[in-house]
Design a protein around this ligand. Structure first.
Ligand code: EPZ
Length: 427
């Protein structure tokens, strides 16, 4: 097993370039199935979830050619399968997008109950509600979800809950259905808009993405296209928090500043200085950190995926912060790890009360999921001394080249194999 060894206490300084958005990539890759042709996808982050998505496409019969590290040509003209291999779909949550895409093109699909971060119950009833409204029948047997339809016909679908996944699966399953589908109470995240833009580039007719109501007029067929994925809002936010938390000065490049506004507003209130450019933001902090009240909400509210990172920063703010998690039931699991570093955080249900302490202490830490893991990296960068983080496979599912990017900002971080000799050499 691998670990990160981090010697903290140094403010981050320099420039970092943000990769393509994970949560857009993991929907757009399955969506290439709908093109029934050749797509060139640029700005794909080189991370495990993208590799798994490519492996699934390959297993289904797609021809895949790597043009460079972040660009792939994917030809879905001659797909041979509609069943996603069990061991691959279990590796990531987003394998559910293959249900919508395969159902749409072939009228049937089978995917194992998706894996991914353990954030509490993660139902997919709203995805199935959309498929069923369009005329599909679903069944769950031995952990496998199957959907099947003779024909998909447009419908009016009102989601009972704002869901990124259900909104995207709603679009995927409706693009080739006969007539105009109306999706209401939709998620408005930047990756929802990115998927709609990709589908439209392939000949679909999707309007209103980024608002509560999305209208999808079914088209007879789609085609391939060249498409570049948007920058990752949460990766950008993670480096912004790391800069502010360590009292550094970092230019975060290749971002869409508008997507970062919910994060920017909170960081400014906490005492960071943020300068916006066309496709970059500079984050710096010299004064003390102020406490905040944060409620996580669907976009354009404060993103749940930034919650663990912000809480880490607030653990050394001057005063009491409250953080309310409004999306997931179980997203405070990293708090026990922070307590080992001397943080003072009380969690009651969905609310964390954070009493700022003077300093975090280094400690051995364990990443419990992707964003919790990234938050622990920031915590270790803030602490004077050497911390180790295990279970880093969670972090590497979502952050491209995190070690190299942080090293370029002056961080002392190394990735090691966890046998004792390697550890002593790293320090
Ligand atoms: C996406 O998950 C992201 N994952 C998550 O990011 C992110 O935390 C989440 O959206 C919220 O922004 C991907 O895009 C792959 P949801 P998703 O459906 O689509 C409930 C990360 O760290 N719900 O918007 O699975 C659900 O329980 C990951 O990158 C239903 O009740 O999230 C939750 O309370 C972690 N029924 C809420 O809706 C459903 O059918 C929002 O979930 C679907 C969801």
């Amino acid at each position: 097993m691998e670990k990160f060894v981090i010697k903290g206490g140094t403010p981050l300084e320099g420039e970092v370039t943000i990769s393509g958005a994970k949560n857009a990539a993991v929907a757009i890759l399955p969506a290439t199935i709908l093109a029934s042709g050749k797509c060139v996808i640029e700005n794909l982050p080189c991370i495990r979830d993208v590799n798994v998505s490519l492996e699934i496409l390959h297993a289904l019969g797609a021809q895949i050619r790597m043009l460079d590290r972040n660009t792939y040509e994917i030809d879905t003209t001659h797909l041979t399968g509609t069943e996603v291999p069990d061991e691959l779909s279990r590796q990531m949550r987003a394998s559910y997008y293959f249900l919508g895409a395969l159902l749409s093109r072939f009228g049937r699909a089978q995917v194992a109950m998706p894996g991914g971060c353990n954030l509490g119950p993660r139902p997919i009833d709203q995805h199935l509600k959309a498929f069923s409204a369009l005329g599909a029948v679903d069944s769950v047997d031995y952990g496998m979800i199957s959907v099947r339809a003779q024909k998909l016909t447009a419908a009016h679908i009102f989601f009972d809950k704002v869901s990124v996944g259900a909104t995207m699966n709603g679009m995927l399953s409706a693009v080739l259905a006969e007539g105009q589908t109306v999706l209401e109470n939709c998620a408005k995240e930047p990756h929802v808009v990115d998927l709609a833009n990709f589908l439209n580039m392939c000949g679909a007719d999707v309007r209103g993405a980024g608002t509560d109501v999305i209208k999808v007029r079914g088209v007879a067929q789609m085609h391939g296209c060249d498409y570049s994925i948007i920058p990752d809002q949460i990766e950008a936010g993670s480096y912004m928090v790391a800069a502010a938390a360590t009292g550094g000065n970092v230019l975060v490049k290749n971002v869409i500043p508008k997507h970062l506004e919910p994060i920017t507003v909170k960081l400014e209130r906490a005492g960071a200085v943020i300068e916006e450019f066309d496709d970059a933001v500079r984050v710096s902090r010299t004064g003390e950190l102020h406490p905040l009240k944060i409620n996580t909400m669907p976009h354009p509210g404060f993103p749940t995926d930034m919650q663990p990172l912000m809480s880490v920063m607030l653990s050394v703010a001057k005063g009491t912060s409250t953080v309310t998690e409004g999306i997931w039931d179980n997203r405070f699991r990293y708090v026990d790890e922070l307590a080992r570093m001397g943080a003072n955080i009380q969690v009651d249900g969905q609310i964390a009360v954070i009493e700022g302490v003077e300093k975090l202490q280094p400690a051995p830490l364990r990443a419990s999921d992707l964003r919790a893991g990234a938050a622990l990296v920031v915590a270790a960068l803030m602490a004077n001394g050497t911390s180790e983080i295990s279970e880093i496979q969670h972090i590497e599912r979502g952050y491209e080249n995190i070690v190299e990017k942080l090293q370029a900002l002056g961080a002392q971080i190394t990735r090691i194999e966890t046998h004792p000799a390697a550890l002593s050499q790293a320090l």
